[in-house]
Design a protein around this ligand. Structure first.
Ligand SMILES: CC(C)(COP(=O)(O)OP(=O)(O)OC[C@H]1O[C@@H](n2cnc3c(N)ncnc32)[C@H](O)[C@@H]1OP(=O)(O)O)[C@@H](O)C(=O)NCCC(=O)NCCS
Length: 198
């Protein structure tokens, strides 16, 4: 009997740098409505000050004309000393903070719905554990329709967010580091397709 063949994903992940700023700004502007997209200056601030929490997905199949590999997605965040996400706690990077607030998860429209964001987020969660000593928790806010994306990589629902940003309500989700219980829950979610959303 012929076995079903699943090709390996073509993208891989690397830290984002200031050289990626133009491309990342373009992806952000294309991915979010104008009242939600971070400005070039905000993205530059994050690359400069929170570069250890900024990961890019690059794809050999999307090689640019100059031969560089094209960035097809990215995820970035900043550290905070706060316990939950507010406009204030997401506004600046506090290097000594143990809460990582994800600000943006963005994939080029041409590469969506192929699992890039899910693989990028899994890589990110592993990456920031290495780059961020003392990291306790990763949180993000998302719109209702994207809850399954984050639940699928192990985030749990906290509840409706206090943050007002654009016209739709936001939900806060968290991913806590360590603990056998957390690992078991994440494994259950992976096997069960992430239907448990807190
Ligand atoms: C949201 C985004 C990052 C998803 O990237 P992606 O690579 O397409 O995501 P994945 O392929 O890993 O999706 C995994 C699952 O998440 C959910 N999902 C992803 N995109 C979705 C969407 N637009 N609407 C509803 N569910 C979605 C689905 O359950 C999907 O599984 P399926 O394709 O088997 O149905 C991408 O659409 C994007 O960059 N959007 C613009 C920026 C944005 O809104 N970012 C999120 C901020 S909270």
């Amino acid at each position: 009997m012929v076995q079903a063949y699943e090709p390996a994903p073509l993208e891989f992940f690397r830290p984002a740098t200031l050289e990626d700023l133009d491309r990342i700004t373009a992806l952000e502007a294309a991915g979010y409505p104008p009242d939600e997209a971070a400005s070039r200056e905000r993205l530059e601030y994050r690359l400069k000050h929170a570069g250890a929490q900024f990961l890019a997905a690059v794809c050999p199949a999307a090689a640019a004309e100059d031969g560089r590999l094209e960035v097809i997605g990215f995820v970035c965040g900043t550290l905070s000393c706060a316990d939950k996400l507010t406009e204030e706690s997401m506004g600046a990077h506090e290097p000594e903070g143990d809460l990582l607030a994800i600000h943006s998860v963005c994939v080029d429209a041409a590469h969506r719905r192929g699992g890039v964001a899910s693989r990028l987020l899994r890589a990110y969660l592993s990456y920031v554990q290495g780059t961020t000593p003392g990291l306790r928790e990763v949180r993000l806010i998302c719109k209702e329709r994207l809850i399954p994306l984050y639940a699928g990589v192990g985030f749990q629902m906290v509840g409706p967010s206090d943050v007002v940003h654009g016209k739709d309500p936001w939900f806060e989700m968290r991913w806590a580091l360590g603990g056998e219980e957390q690992e078991e829950e994440q494994e259950e979610q992976r096997q069960g397709g992430g239907e448990e959303q807190g």
